[in-house]
Each structure stands twice: as structure tokens, then as C-alpha cells.
Design a protein around this ligand. Sequence first.
Ligand code: ATR
Length: 268
Amino acid sequence: MRLGLIGYPLSHTLSPAMHTAALRTLGLGGSYVALETPGETLAQRVEEVRREYRGVNVTVPHKEAVMPYLDSLSPEARSIGAVNTIVNHAGRLEGHNTDAPGFLKGLEEAGIEYRGAKVLILGAGGAARAIAWALKQAGAQVRVANRTLQRAAQLQREFGLGEVTDDEWVLAGMARSSDLIVNTTTVGLKDPASTPLRAEWFPEKGTVVDIVYDPLETRLLREARAAGLKTLDGLPMLVWQGALAFELWTGVRPPIGVMYQAAQETLG
Ligand code: ATR
């Protein structure tokens, strides 16, 4: 079974290690390889997938651009407007989004309640879209703060979210009144010394999730833990989106512990 990942660049990906370990453990044979795909070669790559692969994951920057090349979309992928998994049914390519259910699986595994929770999402990019949609579908009250208000307002309109803001003081009030805060911005990723939310604005109790996984320990999570809040890093979402994709391709539930271990070893 040939599997892979299309994106660009792919130098830091953990997916080949996770999926290869799962294939080996289950004795399924096959392979999962990184298929570096610059934008101008995307159409060609999709045709190669159609001929030779059972399925692929799709990552930055192609999650939206790949959609016109596919034959059908799952309801999730259509609503979110992004595809992270393609399943090849004998030449017919089906687009899925496992980022959204993968995020919720990670919360469930950690015992974090989200149905009916008051949520604040920091950021309004591609990752925020999947997470906002998933939490809203599950019955959470979802609010969004983003540097560029227009992107947050777009999510609000599309998904019927609660309040959105680009204002620091409104953000402070939203944060203090949240049960669950999710960082989807690249702030702690680009600069480990920076944080997307001041510690003075944390709620008294609740959970802070950072979907960054490199580094796993961001300043946001360190400060949240110091403030007595529950925290969750980016590894569960990464592993669960992969596990759900693996199940779509193989029909078999993968060994989740093996995938966690492979991802962690690759992170070093
Ligand atoms: P992804 O697909 O991973 O979510 P993205 O679409 O580039 O990536 O989104 C990155 C998010 O981080 C956006 O919400 C972005 O804010 P803008 O919409 O205003 O660009 C946010 N972000 C990135 N750098 C930031 C910074 N220095 N301060 C605040 N927000 C930042």
C-alpha cells in the first residue's frame, strides 16, 4: 500500500515516521513517504497520486488549492473548505478533513470537556478554521481573537460563531471568561520567547491548548501550567489527525501509542 504526504517544504514533518511505524506494527507492508510538491507541480502530483497511491495527507500550503483536483469531498472537508487527507478509490479521489475530528479526539483522550464550553480561539488561519468548525459542531460557544479582524469575521459569518475581536482589551475579557483557550497562531512557533496571550489574562480555571508541537513546551503552556491551568500541547492533534487518516486508507484502526512514540522520537 503506497501512502504519502504532499506539501512544501516538508523538512520537519513527523508523518512518515508515525505512519511507517503503524504500518510495520500491523504487518501491513507498504510505505508512507514525503512527496515535496512546490505549487507549480501540484496538478501533476495529484495525477501521480491517482495512478499510484492508496492515499495521501495534504499539508501547507496545499490544503485548499488541492480541492479543485478531487472528485468528491466529505461533508467536513466541504464545510471547512480544506482537505488534509485524500483517499483513492480506484482512481476516484475523495477529499477528507481529519484535522477537525483529530483535534476533538485529542481533547477527549486528555479528558477535556468541550461540549457547551466557552472557547476562545487565538488566530484565524487554516488550523483555526478546522478547530472552530469542529468545536462549533460539537456545541461549544466559540469566540475568535485575531490580529487581522477581517479573517476572524469571515469565520464568524461562515460558521455562526460568537464574538470576534482584534482588540487587546476585548481579548483580555474574553480570555478571563473562557473554559478553554486554543492557540492556533504561529507566535510561539516563530519565536519561543513570545506568547500570544498575556498570563495576567488567563482565566482562574480551565484549559489552555497550544497546537504547536515544535517546540512542545511553548511559553504559553509553561505560563498556563504555572497559573494552575490544565494544558495540552500540539502532539495529540497531530497524532489523531494521522490516525484517522490511516483508518480511512486501510480500514484498520492504527496503534495510537506506536504513532505517539514515533512522533516523539522524531522530535528528539
Ligand atoms: P495556519 O494555516 O497554520 O493556521 P496561517 O493561515 O498562516 O497558518 O495563520 C497563522 C495565524 O497566526 C493567523 O491567525 C495570523 O494572524 P493574521 O491573520 O493577522 O495574519 C497569526 N499570526 C502570525 N504571526 C502573528 C503575530 N506576530 N502576531 C499575531 N498573530 C500572528
